[in-house]
Ligand binder design. Structure first.
Ligand SMILES: [Ca+2]
Ligand SMILES: [Ca+2]
Length: 436
């Protein structure tokens, strides 16, 4: 059954009309009771000092350098029977929970201790906006994939490694928590249903805005089920400076503000895409927001424009590069990922295709990545392209003789025996597995 925190159970039909709104869109679900949002904190809400917060300049932003694995219940494979675009393994609500846990296990077993669930509520076909509302309209069994199955998995794994971070990648655009711009009897092939919805807020007002009470309430209600289920990172799609900038505060600044909101204490708040910068005297300078919050964008974003030249300080910034399938243009291989790693970016495996690369680029805080690749017995495939050939020997010799190894060299840096030194012992070790 769907369970939630005591706070949720106390709600009752508060002021929000959406409490009783029937979410009769895709699966004709009834919206369950929403958590009480009357006490949420609102950014610089001067008329409500007890529930107002501001940015604490003394609270330094702490970047997380660990790589990320993305688990995607959604992949846009729409059909008449799959209006939310679920990936195959998530289509059957009754088996969605065990199937989700299996993918979480895959990421964990590959060595990842940071995992992000991509679009946990799916996306409506013909709706080009990624919604923040991604929970209440789901069927009960699919809600339980998160509130029961994922929650139990997180509790179990966090007991093994408290550093485990699990996030959700949702939208910066929201309307009522019970409807992704749907109303009873909505035609899923029509985009006009969004504007027909009595709860629809056009333009900027429908987007994340930490200084607007309604946004703060809906953000709280939309994210609460995931935070209750153990999620401790929120990634908001389409949250950079690009687009509408006429809100009370911008989405970019809302990302910065939310990090200081007591309602999200201990939660990593990030946005997509990387905020704009400016060119000063021929030098590209990132927007200061980049230096104060985590951001992520697809690898195309970096490889196809001038940002490829950017260098971020790993000590103060967290800029993620999300790698899709290696055969999607622009193509990349382990060298490209190593290059981004060495320049201070955080690598995201948006698809499991790049797990092999990650295991060669990182050791893991407790050697999780190294142990995974050794367990699979594939060290001879030095470059992780699923083939053992002379290119691997070439790459190994090239890497182990390359100058300036990282402070803690990985497999790709030539430390194949994982003793954090690159020396002749690694040569003997590699020749042994390569010849074997
Ligand atoms: Ca190979
Ligand atoms: Ca070594």
């Amino acid at each position: 059954m769907f369970t939630d925190s005591p706070r949720l159970c106390m709600i009752g039909a508060r002021s929000l009309s959406v409490v009783v709104l029937a979410c009769a869109g895709v699966q004709a679900q009834t919206c369950p009771p929403l958590p009480d949002a009357s006490g949420v904190f609102v950014f610089e809400d001067l008329g409500n000092p007890g529930r107002s917060y501001s940015i604490d300049p003394g609270q330094a932003f702490t970047p997380d350098r660990r790589p990320v694995a993305v688990v995607s219940p959604f992949n846009g494979s729409y059909s008449d029977t799959n209006p939310m675009g679920w990936v195959g393994w998530f289509r059957n609500p009754e088996t969605s929970g065990p199937e989700l846990v299996q993918r979480l296990d895959d990421a964990w077993d590959a060595g990842f201790r940071r995992i992000v669930i991509n679009r946990p509520g799916g996306i409506l076909r013909n709706n080009d906006m990624v919604q923040m509302s991604m929970f209440y309209y789901l069927e009960p069994a699919r809600r339980q994939a998160y509130s029961v199955h994922m929650r139990s998995w997180i509790i179990e794994k966090r007991a093994i490694d408290p550093s485990l971070e699990v996030g959700v990648f949702i939208g910066s655009r929201h309307n009522s928590p019970c409807t992704p711009c749907l109303e009873p009897g909505a035609d899923l092939t029509s985009t006009s249903d969004c504007t027909d919805d009595p709860n629809y807020l056009p333009g900027w007002q429908g987007r994340l805005d930490a200084a607007t009470r309604r946004s703060a309430e809906w953000t709280f209600q939309n994210t609460h089920p995931y935070l209750y289920s153990g999620v401790d990172a929120l990634w908001f799609d389409s949250a950079s400076l690009r687009g509408n900038t006429t809100g009370a505060i911008s989405m970019r600044d809302s990302i910065l503000a939310l990090q200081h909101n007591p309602d999200y204490a201990g939660v990593h708040i990030g946005g997509e895409a990387v905020p704009e910068g400016v060119v000063v005297d021929g030098q590209w300078r990132p927007n200061p927001a980049v230096l104060q919050a985590p951001w992520v964008a697809l690898h195309r974003f970096f490889l196809q424009n001038s940002r490829a030249g950017e260098v971020y300080d790993p000590q103060t910034t967290e800029v993620g590069v999300a790698f899709m399938k290696p055969d999607v243009n622009p193509v990349y291989d382990i060298r490209d990922m190593a290059d981004f790693r060495d320049r201070g970016y955080v690598l995201w495996s948006w698809r499991a295709f790049s797990f092999d690369f990650m295991q060669r680029l990182y050791d893991g805080d407790n050697n999780e990545f190294y142990d995974s690749v050794v367990r699979e017995g594939t060290l001879a495939d030095f470059n992780g392209d699923d083939r053992v050939d002379t290119r691997d020997l070439h790459d190994f010799l090239e890497r182990i003789t390359a100058p300036q190894p990282p402070l803690r060299p990985s497999i790709w840096d030539g430390d194949v025996n994982n003793d954090d030194h690159r020396d002749f012992a690694d040569v003997l070790y590699y020749l042994g597995v390569y010849g074997g």
